[in-house]
Write a protein that binds this ligand. Structure first.
Ligand SMILES: Nc1ncnc2c1ncn2[C@@H]1O[C@H](COP(=O)(O)OP(=O)(O)OP(=O)(O)O)[C@@H](O)[C@H]1O
Ligand SMILES: [Zn+2]
Ligand SMILES: [Zn+2]
Length: 733
């Protein structure tokens, strides 16, 4: 007997099936079993992907499998098919795509997970020179705060002794993981609600496909508060009746105790939850439960799509427009919407994408009948809030220099008097700023790409991060000749400062990356605000979702332009989605809600549509613009990032790749629309001492991009140069 094995060695020339002899005593071996095999003078881990009786390789050349590692198989033929597809579609190694379906923590067995926690707030001064490893650990923990010991050892490639040394000094603590709080708490059982007629229609349509085992795809387009979750719950219930399993995907920030309660409240211990706060051991336990068929529903983030159900009936992707559904940081750079679609196809399951603000791509597919479109247009029990847009250049010309318009100022005052709560939102993200004219609101944009130019202080230039176009920074506005040019760099901290100044009597909370570093701080701020311990909550996009607080009657968007002008062709879409989501936080109780959006660009269609909370109005504008500038869904993009420590080398290698890419495209027989932009410095030009340049390729045919990726993979680069390719990127920074 012979086994085809994929070895866990990530390189191009080991990315193939190796054949091994199966020793007599291992005749219970199967597809999906994890094995240890001899490979180039060492023992490596591998995965069996086929078993045969014959091979045309001579027996003498073949080595024997060394050991079977688990007493169960990790994947079945269907999952294997999915892994194949991921490998091909995202141009990754087979071992990488198999890694996706591998349960986390498999090497640890169950339970007994050691964690490491930081006990200090900053790096002690006496540590730096003598112990670089210890310093590295402390820095890492400053960023991550509390993580699995095994992850720490693996990620930093360090020894246990350096961790132990830090514990002795009292800087960190090694402890046993507490039990998962979601499991620990009790939930009140809920019963299905009587569906509204809209909900009933949606449920019936989708149920038909579930009942008849048909692979079908639905886009559930339902305004905020229209009862999408209740639709999901009743569909899952149907699956359970039929003996089928369901997967529900939610974005990380929506996976709050409130969300989890809704699923566990209905289905109790038939539900498993998968989120990043679980320890490796706990994740493995959940995986085993799913594998054994003890649960029927998985609620989780992106990678829950790989839950090892053998009887999958339904996949739900809530808030389908969220960027976190794409794995942008790790290989394979998969989009879980596509993976889910493939998995449903393989398993004859039903896919439901839900959103109040569908992504342009998904809505386009719905219009082209690739998805069946189902609408829920009525809110249940509450009204949409009233939205007003304030033009900030009018404020300025009336002599108001503050970050609050007179209107917003008055409304905040009013809320403080009435004892009602206010949310102030600003999506300030940490990268180099764009400039705008304070007088007329003019923001310089690239004539080729129609995205805003980014200011580079050291060369005093404004650059396009797609194509490299640049102009000199100006002193006077090219449009109105005013000299009041400003750099938009205000953040949430500045707002907190100003709120204190203008409203000294108010109690303030702030929620952003800086205030939520420690474990549990996110929940603490949320519950403090919910329980009325503050009047004003200031925050970034973290507060745009899942906040259902009846006493919040006012939402102020400090400056919508921040999102509007990030250098990304999706900035208009992101702005509309964010504004609609934050607006949805106001007036969820009995009292009506008001939303005030401050901007210099009150004529922008994203803002106009957000004011009217009219998705279709936004979509109809945006889709035209996508077509004219040839952006998705009309083309596919590929982002190639070239990075390394030496700027000169990065630039040279980027030029080399550009040349090869151009040549490859010229050789394509069938000509489709294509464009190669760059090489130019990436919007985040330098990360961790690496200079980053990028080339963006647009093509109508995704297969062409795969071909280009193959060619780029073969180029010989200078030693310290690295390449990261992303097809259909969501994040282009
Ligand atoms: N058929 C129904 N009868 C009565 N109340 C309902 C019904 N369906 C949903 N609700 C209630 O309406 C509220 C909004 O529903 P739900 O949270 O499911 O909406 P949603 O579309 O998922 O909202 P969002 O997109 O804002 O998260 C909830 O409090 C829910 O309990
Ligand atoms: Zn450009
Ligand atoms: Zn101007």
């Amino acid at each position: 007997m012979y086994a085809g094995v994929i070895v866990d060695v990530k390189s191009r020339n080991t990315d193939k099936i190796f054949t091994y002899k199966v020793p007599e005593k291992m005749n219970n071996i199967n597809v999906g079993i994890r094995v240890a095999v001899p490979f180039r003078n060492r023992i490596v881990e591998g995965y069996v992907i086929n078993i045969t009786d014959n091979t045309n390789i001579s027996d003498k050349k073949l080595k024997e499998i060394y050991k079977i590692l688990d007493d169960f198989s990790i994947f079945d033929e269907k999952m294997l098919k999915l892994a194949w597809w991921i490998k091909e579609y995202y141009n990754c190694f087979f071992s990488e795509s198999l890694q996706c379906i591998m349960p986390a923590g498999i090497n640890q067995g169950c339970k007994e997970v050691k964690k490491v926690r930081l006990l200090i707030n900053s790096i002690p001064e006496n540590i730096s020179d003598r112990a670089p490893r210890q310093l590295e650990i402390l820095n890492y923990l400053l960023e991550n705060n509390c993580i699995d010991l095994s992850d720490l050892l693996k990620n930093l490639n360090i020894s246990y002794s350096s961790v132990k040394a830090l514990e002795k000094k009292g800087y960190i603590e090694i402890f046993d993981e507490e039990i998962n709080r979601y499991k620990a708490s009790k939930f009140i059982k809920t019963e299905p609600l009587k569906p509204t007629s809209e909900q009933k229609q949606a449920i019936n349509m989708i149920k038909d496909s579930i009942d008849s085992n048909l692979f079908n795809k639905f886009l559930l387009f339902g305004v905020t508060g229209s009862g999408k979750t209740e639709v999901y719950l009743q569909l899952i219930e149907r699956c359970i009746e039929l003996g089928k399993s369901s997967i529900v995907l939610v974005p990380e920030i929506s996976l709050t105790p409130q969300t989890i309660e809704r699923f566990i409240g209905r289905f109790g211990n038939l539900v498993a939850v998968m989120h990043s706060r679980l320890s490796q051991g706990e994740r493995f336990d959940e995986w085993r439960k799913i594998k054994k068929g003890e649960v029927k529903v998985v609620v989780g983030v992106r990678n829950a799509i790989f839950a090892p159900f053998s009887d999958l009936g339904l996949v739900i992707i809530d808030e389908e427009h969220e960027g976190t559904y794409k794995q942008s940081d790790l290989r394979p750079k998969y989009n879980v919407k596509e993976v889910a679609e493939k998995r449903c196809e393989i398993e004859n399951a039903v896919l439901v994408l839900g959103s109040a603000t569908p992504s342009i791509e998904s809505y386009y597919k719905a219009i082209k009948s690739e998805y069946k479109l189902i609408k829920l247009s009525e809110r249940i029990g509450i009204f949409l809030p009233e939205v007003d847009v304030i033009n900030m250049s009018d404020e300025l010309s009336s002599g108001n220099n503050s970050i609050f318009s007179r209107r917003l100022y008055n409304e905040i005052k009013l809320n403080l008097c009435r004892g009602e709560q206010t949310i102030l939102f600003l999506n300030r993200r940490g990268f180099s700023s764009f400039v705008s004219c304070r007088n007329c609101g003019y923001v310089p944009k690239c004539p080729n790409c129609d995205i805003s130019l980014t200011f580079h202080a050291y060369e005093k230039k404004l650059r396009c991060h797609y194509c490299g176009y640049s102009i000199n920074m100006f002193e006077y506005c090219p449009k109105c000749k005013s000299n009041r040019i400003r750099h938009l760099g205000i953040g949430t901290e500045r707002i907190e400062n100003d709120v204190k100044k203008y409203f000294p009597e108010s109690r303030i909370l702030r929620m952003d990356i800086d205030t939520t570093k420690t474990k549990g701080s996110h929940e603490r701020i949320f519950y403090d605000f919910k329980n009325g311990k503050a009047d004003i909550l200031i925050g970034t996009q973290m507060i745009s979702k899942g906040f259902d607080i009846p006493n919040v009657t006012l939402v102020g968007v400090i400056l919508a332009d921040v999102t509007l002008n990030i250098p990304d062709f999706r900035s208009g879409e992101k702005t509309f989605q964010l504004l609609t989501q934050v607006a949805g936080r106001a007036g969820r109780g009995e009292k009506a809600g008001r939303v005030i959006i401050q901007t210099y660009e009150d004529n922008n269609y994203s803002i106009k549509a957000a004011k009217l909370q009219n998705y279709l109005m936004f979509y109809n504008e945006e889709i035209q613009y996508r077509e004219i500038f040839k952006y998705p869904p009309f083309t596919h993009l590929m982002n190639i990032v070239i990075y390394g420590k030496e700027k000169q080398k990065v630039v040279e290698n980027a030029a080399k790749i550009y040349y090869v890419v151009k040549n490859t495209i010229n050789k394509f027989e069938v000509k489709s629309y294509n464009k190669v932009l760059g090489p130019s410095s990436a919007p985040l030009e330098k990360i961790k001492n690496n200079y980053r340049w990028q080339i963006i390729i647009k093509n109508e045919d995704r297969n062409n991009l795969l071909k280009i990726a193959d060619v780029v993979d073969l180029i010989k680069y200078d030693n310290d140069i690295k390449i990261a390719m992303d097809i259909d990127p969501i994040n282009m920074l």
